[in-house]
Design a protein around this ligand. Sequence first.
Ligand code: SAM
Length: 239
Amino acid sequence: MMNTERLTNGLTAMGVPFDQQAVERFAAFHAILDEYNARMDLTAVLDEDERIDRHDLDSVAPLAQGLLAPDARVIDVGTGAGFPGMPLLILRPDLKLTFLDALQKRIAFLNDALARLGLSAQTLHARAEDAARMEAHRERYDAAVSRAVASSAVLEELTLPFVRTGGVAIAWKGPGVQDELTAARRAAFVLGGTVRGVVSAPVPGRDDWQHVLLLTDKTGKTPKAYPRKAGTPNKKPLA
Ligand code: SAM
């Protein structure tokens, strides 16, 4: 059973508004995750309190920072079992969310979870490098979010092509981000972006994690040559 008090105390401490329906959906989402985890390897199995902190509260950091406008179009690149996208959508059903992952079993899980939670969103089974070349997705989003997918320079190439000029790419990072910033700045420059900087994204009671969000503004169009073909961004990071 989910410790709803831990969730609601955490959200309150972060200054993120929620209603009863959101709390119920978090609990239902955890139950669906458990059901799937019992038969397939979907995410690392965590104890309930850690799952709330590591997945739910960590995922909603952009809401504490006021980074997502009402009705914003958001793509979650490499969403896995739905993080950060699902907690963001549960708290902000107004968001127009697209969940993207290269693994079909994760997309199938998300389709089932969305239907059972009564939430609507788009899901996309594709590599980011391929999806960002599709007209329906290229430079169509107000924000691209991504957690635990790649190093910062690689992430710039996997996320910025989805973002419209004036939008933002948001990457979840730890204290190691400082070592990645120079490369991220160079990569962003090539891709029509400008690194705005790093903002602290604390999870209540977990100060030792030192989580941050790396924010990159989309300041111009991404040249047609990017992203490069699937696999190349990882093999040969731009910077
Ligand atoms: N974002 C989730 C989280 O924080 O729990 C999942 C992180 S998991 C370590 C990385 C996910 O990114 C995997 O589900 C993988 O399939 C996906 N992924 C990695 N590279 C990708 C790419 N180029 N395009 C699409 N998905 C990708």
